[in-house]
Each structure stands twice: as C-alpha cells, then as structure tokens.
Design a protein around this ligand. Structure first.
Ligand SMILES: *[C@@H]1O[C@H](CO)[C@@H](O)[C@H](O)[C@H]1NC(C)=O
Ligand SMILES: *[C@@H]1O[C@H](CO)[C@@H](O)[C@H](O)[C@H]1NC(C)=O
Ligand SMILES: *[C@@H]1O[C@H](CO)[C@@H](O)[C@H](O)[C@H]1NC(C)=O
Length: 320
C-alpha cells in the first residue's frame, strides 16, 4: 500500500468511527428499524417502531424515510409525543394494490393526537386507487376505500411538499385540528375517479393551504362543518369539482363554517369553480364570512354555484 492510500484508509475509518459515535440521536431512519425500500415488503411495523422512538424523544426528532418504495398497510402514528416530530419523506409510500386490504379501513396513513408535527420532503403517497375506482364505476358493490392521509385531533401541523397520487378515497383529511399550514402540496388522480377529494378540512381552525396544485376526480378542496379561519391562496384546481364549502347541513345539530378566504386560484377544466352546498334539511349549520377573490376560470362548467338543495343520491328523507 502506498503512503497516500494508507492515509485515505485511516481517514475513512476515522470518519466512520466519528459518524457512528456522533450519529445524531434525534434522527430515526425507518430502514434502521427494518423498513425495506423494495416496494413489496410491508414496512408498517418498522415505521411504527421508528415513530415510537421519535415520539418519545425529549428533543425534537426526525423520522427519515429515504429514497425507495415502501409498501405499507394501514399505519397509525399516535401521540402525544414528548417534543416536536418531523417526518422527512424522501421516498414513496405505496398502499396495497388489492383494495380489499384497506377497503373498509377508513384511513391509510394517520397522524393523531400530536402537537407539533411537520411532514416534508417531496415524498409521494401512492394510494393505488385505480382498481377501486374501476370497481365503483362498474356499479358493482365495492368497499368505500381508505383516505390516503388523515391528520386528526392535532395542533401546530406543517405539511410541505408532499404529493398524493391515486388515493382510493379522499387524498388528505384534516379533522379536529388547530393551526395547520399546508404548502406546496400536490394531488394527482384521474378526472373521472370517484370520491377522490384533494384536501378536506373539518372541525378545524386556523388552517392555511398555500401554493398547491390539485388534479383529481372530486372536489379539489372541500371545507366541511366546523371549519373556522381558513385561508387558501395560490392554488390550482383541475380536473376536479372545484373548491367547495360543504356539504353542510346534513345533520340537525352541526357546527358552522366561518371566515373562509380563497384568494388567487386557477380552475382549469373543472366541473365547478367555487361552490357552497348544503342539504335540504333542517339544521343549525351555517356558512358565514366567505370570500372568494382573484379567481381565474378556464373551461369551467359551473363557475359559481350556491346549491341549497344538495342531494347527490336523490334520496333525502327529511327534505323540507
Ligand atoms: C386561531 O387564530 C386566532 C387568530 O390568530 C386566535 O385568536 C385563536 O385563538 C386561534 N384559535 C385557536 C383554537 O387557537
Ligand atoms: C379570519 O381568518 C384569518 C386567517 O385565515 C385571520 O387572520 C383572521 O384574524 C380571521 N378573522 C377573524 C375575525 O377571526
Ligand atoms: C395560475 O395561472 C396563471 C396564468 O396562467 C399562472 O401564471 C399562475 O402560476 C397559475 N397559478 C397556479 C397556482 O398554478
């Protein structure tokens, strides 16, 4: 061995030693917990193990999902955690291609009871919904399917740079959360896919959705009962059914929607543009302080639609 080669070897060993000793104890790589980036091996258990460690960390912790495809069945990340958790998603999460596996589970990837969560990193969630859409459009009886990502009962949430493709049901649901900031989110599904809402928000306050792009088969964004203070800016929708407030008034006792701003939005080739829809039923639900502004529409069937007789199934038993 030449002298420079020996130096190199020594330096390489030294740097390995340093990285082992000083490995950042707040970074939890799912591969270290057994996840396999082969697109086949179910890695849900490994993800949950990494989560459990990160969630128990007294310092802010990061769950790192490297490049590659990770097959996952239903996975539920539950708090409360000891500190903030950051999920750095570089790779792709792939749902089971057989829709009967998640078919009657309402959600695929769930974050619940967390205060201080950031999901970022340009990764992809692939719901593999195409065979379920085909089943639904054939008129056969099919399971409802799973929403790709649900964030529930959580506060101080950031979702940045995520892409959701081919969800079975809704792409992203924000339920019972406060202070949610979503930006640079992309949603992609076929224009004729059924029930593939882009982002659905309900029972939540102080939510912003910025710089996002939705191409899907149902509402690009839907704002459900109990949403207070939501700001949606610089978004593109199409194909899709537009941005909807509602549906509201399905139940007699219902929390209202208030203070909604949708500003600077493009609608291209959508069924609707901006919409408010409520069921023809007795209800104490309401929608107030709603602003739609700086909206561009190209090839939109119903640019502005306020429908107080919403009844998609032609079966409204308590109709007045
Ligand atoms: C939402 O934001 C408003 C205005 O900043 C604030 O007054 C309110 O407390 C927030 N809501 C919650 C539930 O924290
Ligand atoms: C309405 O929501 C915006 C954020 O979307 C917030 O800044 C503002 O304070 C809210 N207005 C009221 C009256 O709460
Ligand atoms: C909306 O369309 C305009 C004009 O084509 C474009 O400059 C802008 O980037 C679009 N916005 C989004 C959020 O895609």
């Amino acid at each position: 061995m030449t002298f420079p080669a020996i130096i190199c070897l020594v330096l390489a060993l030294l740097s390995m030693f340093i990285s082992l000793v000083l490995a950042d104890p707040t970074i939890f790589n799912v591969v270290s917990y057994g996840a396999k980036p082969d697109g086949k091996t179910d890695s849900a258990q490994a993800f949950v193990s990494a989560w459990t460690k990160a969630c128990a960390s007294m310092q802010p912790a990061t769950i790192y999902v490297p490049a590659g495809k990770f097959a996952l069945g239903q996975v539920i990340f539950i708090g409360p955690c000891s500190n903030k958790v950051n999920v750095m998603l570089i790779g792709t999460l792939v749902a089971p291609s057989d829709y009967t596996v998640l078919g009657n589970k309402a959600y695929w990837v769930v974050f619940q009871n967390i205060n201080g969560l950031k999901v970022s990193g340009n990764g992809i969630l692939d719901g593999q919904g195409t065979s379920l859409w085909a089943c639904k459009s054939s008129g056969k009886s099919c399971p409802l399917g799973a929403t790709t990502l649900e964030i529930t009962n959580s506060n101080n949430i950031v979702v940045s740079g995520l892409t959701s493709i081919n969800s079975q049901m809704f792409h992203i649901v924000v339920n019972a959360c406060n202070n949610v900031n979503m930006q640079g989110v992309r949603v992609i599904a076929a224009g004729n896919s059924i029930n593939t809402n882009g982002i659905h928000v309900q029972l939540s306050s102080n939510v912003t959705i910025l710089n996002s792009n939705m191409r899907t088969g149902d509402d690009c964004i839907s704002v459900g009962p109990g949403t207070i203070n939501i700001w949606i800016e610089n978004v593109a929708c199409g194909p899709g059914h537009g941005i909807s407030i509602g549906s509201l008034g399905k139940n007699q006792q219902e929390t209202g929607v208030q203070n909604v701003t949708i500003t600077t939005a493009n609608f291209t080739g959508t069924q609707n543009g901006v919409r408010i829809k409520s069921w023809p039923r007795p209800s104490n639900g309401f929608a107030r302080n709603i602003i739609f502004q700086h909206v561009n529409m190209v090839n939109v069937q119903n640019p502005i639609i306020i429908d107080q007789n919403y009844c998609p199934s032609k079966d409204c038993p308590h109709q007045v």
